[in-house]
Design a protein around this ligand. Structure first.
Ligand code: ATP
Ligand code: MG
Length: 575
């Protein structure tokens, strides 16, 4: 909690006030049995009716004040804790959004999700209930003991003799249950992960009839969670039976010892009645204190998990500028760039190439050879480990994040379509006028299918584009990338679901209407890249062939092989 103190600090005064109100409520509650004792000893026994009314009135007043103060304090605590958690959740969300891809890789998405939801909820619960129980329980505990001591010290010793039993139980239970609750939270992370994978991958899982396997996998985490929860529950649930046992023992002892005291004329029946009430009150307070301890430690673990994210340093800061962009420099330049995602083995090794403005780079290569990684580095989603990547002669590290992003129009592999209209998806929250949206759709060869949809540009698109075909989705994504009229167009496997004719129409539209746009085109098919100014053939993070189509047909055996399998001899076939 300490690490979240800055969120609580603005509410210190308010919380202090809440606690004072709660304290008032607890004190009022303490006096209820006291006045009852007065009614019995001064009113009922001697038969003084006016006394009964006076003390009865006071008793009612105390109960009323207690009710009013408790309700007020509870409302106030809900208010402050709600606001504190809202701010924490807001900052946490903002932080999560701003994390670099590498930080997110480390954190993992499921963990981020459970931190944002269940962990902040735990913190909220502690803040709210801690304010209420945190003051009430100790006051009732200490106050109850004091009241008993002032009424009849000897009888109060009965209670004092029993308290250690409860204290010991509480201590043991708390000590054993807390680690379990911490463990529970990390199991919950695993559960979120399994559920998330299942929901995003539901089609594949069904297609491969892996439903049973997935069910078993879910059952495993679910079991694990249930078992830990049950164990923690079993341990904490010892508290209540032990408490009732002690309670009943105590009540019996008070009655027995009290009977002797009364018989000996050392105390009065009314005191015994009040004692019985205080005894119940004290035991409940004791359990309340335990509950606070358990809640505190559970939320402590959660608070840590939240603070861990909030305190992550900013990654990918903009470096101080050393050179202004130079329009005559190569538009994109990779200078001896190496990179590894995990630090084990290189995913890109010593990559160098240059592209002038308006040129097209084609990238081919087997799966996992590092094609998408080149785009990730160019967009500075990850920072290269060594070497330099320059745009207009200036390092990508020196561009302001937004400025850098605005230069690109990109279609990522497995890009996503949002729920909304077709136009919404092309515009994608940017300020782009309808004319530009139309022409982007035209260049992306999407015009025809959009016209066929009822409503045209305003036709509804389901979440994840579920009511579109693969090729329609790709065209829509390409239109989105083109709509911002970017300096640099990045197409990662964007034409794989387009037929040859559409693919070539797309390339023609790009070279005609986006002449100044530099394009990086990752493709599976030679026909998609054969007109590029530079083609890189990648294998295991290394360039094994670089040049134009004709040069590669001469110099690169792998390229020739791909060409032959895709286009017969590779020469007569025309895209
Ligand atoms: P494909 O044709 O299948 O899209 P690719 O050439 O685009 O493949 P990359 O996505 O660049 O391949 O991946 C290159 C290598 O880096 C792969 O071996 C992959 O396992 C690894 N890799 C990719 N992303 C990550 C990541 N976030 N964390 C760790 N390793 C990664
Ligand atoms: Mg890829």
């Amino acid at each position: 909690m300490k690490r979240l103190a800055k969120y609580i600090r603005p509410y210190y005064l308010f919380i202090a006030f809440t606690m004072i109100v709660k304290l008032g409520g607890a004190v009022a509650e303490l006096f209820v049995p006291y006045f009852m004792e007065r009614i019995l000893s001064e009113g009922v026994v001697p038969g003084q009716h006016d006394r009964i009314f006076v003390y009865g009135g006071l008793m009612l007043l105390c109960a009323g004040v207690c009710l009013f103060l408790n309700i007020s304090a509870n409302r106030m605590s809900a208010k402050s804790s709600g606001r504190i958690t809202r701010k924490i959740r807001y900052d946490l969300f903002e932080k999560l959004v701003s994390l670099s891809a590498r930080q997110m890789d480390e954190l993992t998405v499921p963990s981020a999700e459970s931190r944002l939801t269940s962990d902040t909820y735990r913190v909220n619960e502690f803040l709210a209930r801690g304010q209420r129980l945190g003051i009430r329980a100790p006051i009732l505990l200490v106050g109850g003991v004091v009241m008993m001591l002032t009424m009849d010290a000897r009888l109060a010793l009965v209670l004092v003799a029993l308290l250690p039993i409860i204290a010991l139980t509480v201590y043991l239970v708390t000590k054993n249950s807390i680690p379990l609750y911490t463990k529970e939270q990390s199991i919950l992370d695993g559960m979120v992960r399994v559920v998330q994978e299942n929901i995003t991958g539901v089609r594949v899982i069904k297609a491969l009839s892996k439903t049973d396997y997935e069910r078993a996998r879910f059952e495993r985490v679910n079991d694990d969670l249930a078992r830990t929860d049950a164990k923690a529950g079993a341990i904490t649930s010892i508290n209540n039976p032990v408490a009732s046992l002690v309670l009943n023992l105590g009540l019996t002892a008070v009655v027995v010892v009290g009977a002797y005291q009364v018989a000996g004329g050392r105390t009065e029946t009314s005191v015994i009645v009040a004692f019985l009430q205080y005894f119940v009150m004290i035991l409940n307070a004791m359990l309340g204190v335990t509950r606070i301890f358990i809640m505190a430690s559970r939320s402590q673990a959660s608070a840590m998990r939240v603070a861990d994210v909030l305190e992550l340093p900013r990654d990918l800061e903009t470096a101080p500028s050393s050179a202004e962009p130079d329009p005559n420099a190569p538009h994109i330049e990779f200078d001896n760039v190496s990179f590894s995602y995990t630090g084990v083995g290189e995913n890109i090794s010593a990559l160098s190439f240059r592209l002038m403005r308006g040129q097209t780079l084609g990238i081919l290569g087997s799966t996992g050879s590092g094609k998408s990684t080149i785009i990730n580095l160019l967009m500075r989603i990850y920072d290269a480990d060594s070497g330099e990547i320059r745009i207009n002669g200036r390092s990508v590290r020196e561009y302001d994040k937004d400025e850098l992003c605005r230069m690109f129009g990109a279609v990522f592999q497995n890009d996503f379509i949002t729920e909304g209209t077709i136009a919404d998806n092309i515009r994608f929250f940017r300020d782009i006028d309808p004319g530009a949206v139309e022409s982007a759709a035209r260049d992306a060869q999407a015009e025809e299918f959009i016209a066929e949809k009822a409503g045209g540009m305003e036709a509804a698109v389901a979440a994840r584009g579920n009511n579109l075909s693969g090729g329609q989705k790709q065209r829509l994504l390409i239109a989105r990338a083109l709509a911002g009229d970017p300096e640099i167009l990045l197409l990662d496997d964007a034409s794989s679901a387009l037929d040859y004719r559409t693919d070539s129409l797309l390339r023609r539209a790009l070279s005609k209407n986006h002449r100044r746009t530099t394009t990086v085109l990752i493709a599976q098919r030679i026909s998609s890249v054969r007109h590029a100014d530079l083609i890189l053939v990648m294998d295991d993070g290394k360039v094994i062939g670089a040049g134009r189509h004709d040069e590669l047909m001469e110099s690169c055996a792998e390229y020739r092989l791909i060409a032959q399998t895709q286009m017969g001899t590779g020469e007569e076939a025309e895209a």
